[in-house]
Design a protein around this ligand. Structure first.
Ligand code: DHB
Ligand code: FE
Length: 279
């Protein structure tokens, strides 16, 4: 494993890029905040990025919601979320590594659903755009989607997500292909899109989270789903996906960059980038 990226996946961040609005007054501070991380990542291109994300009822129907799932396909189409597909490249998969991860994780007790076909929504494509703003014809690396249910009760616990990440880290390290792998944890930070508390932002919690994801992940893993929703909002529970990324890293990591900006749409947008220095 070479690095881990935690980043929000707000759809309008992707739309701002697609529509050439990143220099607008509203968006410029957010994109300026990404610049140092993007430069570093461009110099550390992985072979495969495992993107931990949630589908937002775009490709995965609410009739059947797996708690955890993984893509095993050769490629993934960009989902049409109602405004046409984003003008970004098709996502190339890494089926050999997917198969290895499925076998290892099932053997460790994580009974993943396997997606042999999957359209990937903003939860995955926006983090790819945060990583690489101008992919041209193709994204710089292959991608494995790793799905977490954060939208339908009962979501997995934060502790279970952290444990999944630790098993994922072991599975990556045991892959005979010795590929350079990055793991993205997406979603968050605090936000709530509907209900009486719509618009909720909790910057104090977000700033604590940005720090603790590096130094005290076990503390974040000990929070209940109700804690997440109370402190970060109904959609803020997406932050449990950062713990999958963090679990895959060792404790010997270096924070390359972080940034935090409010608002991006209805959301507090955060980014934290960690280099793995070796377990
Ligand atoms: C918004 C944020 C999200 O994480 C999401 O999945 C959809 C919308 C928003 O703030 O607009
Ligand atoms: Fe989301």
């Amino acid at each position: 494993m070479s690095w881990g990226l935690a980043t929000s996946h707000v759809p309008s961040i992707g739309a701002a890029m697609d529509q050439g609005k990143t220099g607008d007054e509203y968006w410029k501070p957010l994109f300026d905040g990404y610049a140092p991380a993007r430069e570093w990542m461009a110099e550390h291109t992985p072979d495969v990025a495992i993107v931990v994300y949630n589908d937002h009822a775009n490709a995965v129907d609410l009739d059947l919601v797996p708690t955890f799932g993984i893509g095993t396909a050769e490629s993934y189409q960009v989902a049409d979320e109602g405004w046409g597909r984003r003008p970004v490249p098709v996502v190339r998969g890494a089926p050999e590594l997917s198969e290895h991860l499925v076998c290892e994780l099932v053997d460790e007790g994580f009974d993943l659903a396997t997606f042999h076909r999957l359209d990937v929504d903003h939860g995955l494509t926006v983090p790819l755009s945060v990583y690489c703003p101008e992919p041209g014809e193709a994204w710089p690396c292959r991608v494995i989607p790793l799905l977490v249910n954060v939208i339908q009760y009962p979501q997995p616990t934060a502790a279970r997500c952290y444990a999944l990440g630790q098993a994922l880290g072991r599975a990556i390290r045991s892959f005979p292909g010795a590929e350079k792998v990055a793991v993205f944890g997406t979603g968050g930070m605090s936000h709530q899109l509907a209900g009486a508390r719509a618009g909720l932002i909790n910057s104090e919690f977000d700033r604590m989270y940005l720090q603790a994801i590096e130094t005290e992940p076990a503390k974040l893993a000990a929070l209940s789903r109700e804690d997440y929703i109370r402190l970060a909002g109904t959609e803020g529970i997406e932050l449990i996906m950062w713990l999958v990324m963090r679990g895959a890293l060792s404790d010997n990591i270096r924070r390359v960059h972080e940034t935090y900006h409010v608002p991006a749409s209805n959301t507090a947008a955060g980014l934290a980038l960690f280099e793995e220095l070796g377990a």
